[in-house]
Design a protein. Structure first.
Ligand code: URA
Length: 190
């Protein structure tokens, strides 16, 4: 069994918090396991829980559009979440649930070894960049952590609720594309 298979098998058997009791499917992650760019959302919603894949509902359609705007698609990046099981009624994952699930995300990050990590929304940014992160003020800023470049953008669900945030997000995506061109030789090729 290779390292990815081992990780998926262990993760599927996890009983580290109560979310496994109510989920339909584990939502482990999807995309290119050798990606230079990793996107991290919050946690599965209803469609993701039913299909076992991240960002396949309405927010996922918008995420696909956001990727396309900067010449990316799911085959070039990896997409994961802070928690792998759906929080009931789409509530925010609790700090203890994020903590219990972080071991899986940290192993995914170690295996992928991305150059750039993009946090999708406040929850991922607070969990991974800075507990005091303010998404309204700090989206689009770069942070250096563990030899990688980190940025947060508004969560696609927030952009669906409030389209007035879209122009700012487009600027953030352009900054991401520039960073990819400078740092990521494989991601930038057609
Ligand atoms: N929102 C998230 O944060 N992640 C998903 O996978 C879907 C919606």
């Amino acid at each position: 069994m290779d390292a990815w298979e081992a990780l998926k098998t262990e993760c599927a058997a996890c009983r580290g918090c109560g979310l496994c009791e109510t989920r339909t499917n584990l939502v482990f992650g999807v995309g290119n396991e050798k990606a230079e760019v990793l996107f991290i959302g919050e946690g599965p919603g209803e469609q993701e829980d039913l299909q076992g894949e991240p960002f396949v509902g309405p927010a996922g359609k918008l995420l696909d559009d956001m990727l396309r705007m900067i010449d990316l698609d799911r085959s070039k990046v990896y997409i994961a979440n802070m928690v792998k099981c759906r929080p009931p009624r789409n509530r925010d994952p609790l700090p203890e649930e994020q903590q219990a699930c972080s071991r899986w995300l940290q192993r995914q990050i170690a295996l992928i070894d991305p150059k750039i990590v993009v946090c999708l929304g406040r929850i991922a940014a607070m969990g991974l960049i800075d507990p005091e992160f303010r998404i309204t003020r700090q989206h689009g800023q770069w942070f250096d952590r563990d030899g990688r470049r980190w940025m947060a953008v508004y969560h696609p669900s927030a952009l669906l609720r409030d389209p007035s945030k879209r122009p700012e997000t487009f600027m953030d995506l352009r900054a991401l594309r520039k960073e990819i061109r400078e740092r990521c030789s494989r991601t930038d090729s057609p």
